[in-house]
Design a protein around this ligand. Structure first.
Ligand code: SF4
Length: 431
């Protein structure tokens, strides 16, 4: 199973994996050795389309038996279906029952009956951090965005279904649940909002922690922020998409906030939840973006200091308002602005990582592997840094995967912080 795209896509693929494992199907890492390879795709930008096309071609040419699913597959279904090696195309609407469809495709190649209930930890071998979808679709129709056209309108999942999925992931040893939705802040089920839902998920008990994926700035309620801070098991990390720092462009995009509102929101969040970090995303080269607009984006980023910045080069998506605009920005200008922001993002992240040296962290270990200095455990800290621990050879290394390690950040090496272990927390219900 391979994923290209957002956390909702990742969550859906993990749901599929869980359903297949429960049906007795073994998941393998090598797509070529698999009886069937599921590629979940994305079409949010022209770059996503390019990546998906390349992945499909490469897998087919290497002999994979391929099922292509998701947003890109939905837009280009007829072209993809014609490719040799592609066994099926699954649209987003069909994902409700895709486990059944994949099983039907698999049956002729199964050498024996699918076995039994999965061993505990079978999924955890693949991920110590599990993605939990609670909402999908978007009703906003921002001027540049293709998502509402390929994902449809907003739908929230019944909390009973969400809790059942969460329990399944936890039983498999997942230590960090990443709660995601296309428009997560709009979660709504019979009066229950996102704040209340997070409380319900944490009430499942255990040692796991929760991370929120992207929430639109307009949707974030300050009472949620206060609640999450008080709960203690919510990662102090919010992803609030900025998209642009220009009031003029934000208005044109139909984003529903201006730079002043974004700055004010982040100031209040930081005041309420000390230590909470911001990650964000921006679009460069939106139609009509001039040097002044771009300078305003830089200004907002420098004020809010996100610890991770995703930079997207605008690309016209057929069927959206912005694609019809005549004042498209020259690709060389987009490229220059993109490089500039990627560099700014790196500087801000690097500064934050160095500022964290000497501080405590809680890292969920995702893998133990051989590095230059011997065995190393790698994972993600609560404030969304990639961390590395050099392990003592005597220790029971594999036991660490899927556990939370409490440590002190002792240095920075490249894109990672070096962590010295203080203690390893026993996961409740862990093996
Ligand atoms: S809020 Fe806007 S950018 Fe986000 S998915 Fe909806 S339409 Fe796209």
């Amino acid at each position: 199973m391979l994923n290209i795209g957002c956390k909702v896509n990742q969550a859906e693929l993990e749901e599929l994996g869980l359903d297949l494992v429960r049906a007795g199907i073994e998941l393998v890492r090598d797509p070529i050795k698999a009886d069937l390879c599921v590629l979940n795709t994305c079409t949010v930008t022209a770059e996503s389309d390019r990546k998906c096309r390349k992945a499909v071609k490469s897998l087919v040419s290497r002999g994979a038996r391929l099922v292509v699913a998701g947003c890109f597959a939905q837009r280009f279904m007829e072209d993809i279906e014609r490719l040799p090696g592609v066994k099926a195309v699954i649209t987003n609407a069909e994902k409700e029952s895709w486990a059944k469809r994949v099983m039907e495709l698999l049956l002729p190649s199964l050498k024996e009956e699918p076995s039994t209930v999965p061993e505990k930890g079978e999924i955890a071998r693949f991920r110590a951090r599990g993605f939990l979808k609670v909402q999908e679709g978007c009703d906003r129709h921002c001027s540049y965005c293709i998502v509402p056209l390929v994902r449809g309108g907003e739908r929230s999942l019944d909390p009973r279904e969400v809790l059942q999925r969460a329990e399944e992931l936890l039983q498999q040893g997942v230590e960090e649940l990443v709660i995601c939705g296309t428009n997560l802040g709009r979660y709504s089920w019979k009066g229950m909002d996102l704040g209340a839902l997070v409380g319900e998920i944490l009430a499942l008990g255990g040692s796991f922690r929760v991370r929120l994926s992207s929430v639109e700035p307009e949707d974030l309620k300050e009472e949620w922020v206060l609640g999450w801070r008080n709960l203690g098991r919510v990662c102090p990390h919010l992803h609030l998409p900025l998209q642009s720092g220009s009031a003029r462009l934000l208005r044109d995009m139909g984003r529903g906030y201006g730079p002043a509102e974004f700055l004010g929101l982040w100031e209040r969040v930081s005041g309420t939840w000390p230590g909470c970090v911001l990650t964000t995303e921006v679009i460069v080269g939106y139609p009509g973006e001039n040097d002044q607009d771009f300078a305003e984006t830089v200004k907002v980023l420098k004020s809010t200091r996100p610890v991770k910045l995703h930079v997207f080069r605008y690309s016209p998506r057929q069927g959206t308002r912005a694609a019809l605009r005549a004042d498209q920005v020259d690709p060389s200008v987009k490229a220059r602005r993109s490089r500039q922001l990627i560099e700014l993002g790196r500087e801000l992240r690097c500064k934050y990582m160095h500022d964290r040296v000497g501080g405590r962290c809680r890292m969920v270990v995702e893998e133990v592997c051989k590095g230059i200095a011997g065995l190393e455990a790698r994972g993600t800290t609560e404030d969304y840094l990639k961390g590395r621990i050099i392990l003592d050879r005597e220790a029971d290394h594999q036991r660490l995967v899927g556990r939370t390690v409490e440590g002190i950040i002792v240095g920075v090496e490249g894109e990672e912080v070096l962590v010295k272990t203080v203690s390893c927390m026993e996961a409740e219900g862990g093996s």
